[in-house]
Design a protein around this ligand. Structure first.
Ligand code: FA5
Length: 276
């Protein structure tokens, strides 16, 4: 009898375990179904914003010059007459001042405080703070009373470059600009320097690039830093020499992406901005 009962009890226990397991798994499936989260919305591609075409160009320029061994510096957008003009070899009566259509602020002495018309004042600030050798780039926003058209904006961006060391020559400037052109625009592009005039560099040149279609486009000015400018920055022109350049970043972005009109970059039209 005992043996029979044992066998029967084992059979009942086995059946009970099987059924319990079945019921448990059914309950788990039901709970999973009940509590399931629909994550499919995260699987579809979401639209994300990105940096503006001019910010992208600035960051790319910074990358290229950091790769060439340059450091980044910044200066204020509100400047004094001294840094924007005087220290750059443009004394009060200098005719070149009128080429920069300046916006002055009603602050302090009349015409003494202004919105910087170029990034060149940062050259002086860097020379006053960093002992040479200096290999620096200075990107930033600049302001001029220019009427907007396909290549001009009243608020635009420049990137200044400054190299001060012993034995720097015009050949270093030309080589740096050519290396930069190829790195930024690609190997289809070449650069040329045309004689020009800036009070703060001597000799001075205008920097053009040639596009793949053969057309030449002016991108900025450059030259050997004028001895008076080195003196303003507290550097001995007998011991050190250097070169400087200033390029329009908005124009570079325009050329790199074949944008027809510079104003398009600032209308905040998403259909335009999303392309880049
Ligand atoms: C200058 O501003 C000098 N500071 C450049 C320089 C620096 C020369 C260091 C020598 C040594 P310019 O006024 O030519 O030069 O302006 C330089 C570039 O800024 C122009 O070639 C152009 O690419 C850009 N630019 C000038 N005005 C405008 C504008 N209104 N809108 C957009 N880009 C502009």
């Amino acid at each position: 009898m005992g043996q029979l009962l044992n066998t029967a009890s084992l059979a009942v226990n086995a059946a009970l375990q099987t059924r319990t397991a079945e019921l448990e798994s059914l309950e788990i499936s039901a709970r999973v179904a009940r509590e399931a989260l629909d994550l499919s919305e995260f699987v579809t591609r979401r639209k994300r914003g990105h940096t503006h075409i001019v910010t992208q160009a600035t960051q790319r320029l910074e990358d290229v010059f950091i790769g060439l061994g340059f450091q980044i510096a910044e200066g204020p957008e509100v400047e004094t007459d001294f840094y924007n003009f005087e220290a750059l070899n443009m004394p009060k009566s200098h005719p070149a001042r009128s080429e920069f259509d300046t916006m002055f602020l009603e602050y302090g002495e009349p015409n003494s405080v202004l919105l910087r018309t170029h990034t060149s004042p940062v050259q002086i600030r860097v020379m006053q703070t960093w002992p040479p050798p200096i290999y620096a780039i200075m990107p930033g926003r600049v302001f001029r009373r220019d009427t907007p058209d396909a290549t001009h904006m009243p608020v635009f961006h420049q990137i200044e470059g400054l190299v001060i060391d012993r034995g720097i020559t015009f050949a270093h400037l030309a080589g740096t600009i050519e290396a930069f052109t190829k790195a930024f625009f690609g190997s289809d592009f070449t650069s040329r320097l045309r004689p020009s005039f800036f009070p703060f560099t001597e000799p001075s040149a205008e920097f053009d690039i040639r596009r793949a279609d053969g057309e030449w486009i002016e991108l900025g000015g450059c030259g050997m830093v004028h001895p008076n400018v080195l003196i303003s920055g507290g550097i001995d022109p007998e011991e050190f020499s250097g070169f400087a350049f200033g390029f329009g970043i908005d124009r570079m972005a325009k050329e790199r992406h074949n944008v027809e009109d510079i104003r398009e970059m600032y209308t905040n039209d998403l259909r335009f901005l999303r392309q880049f």
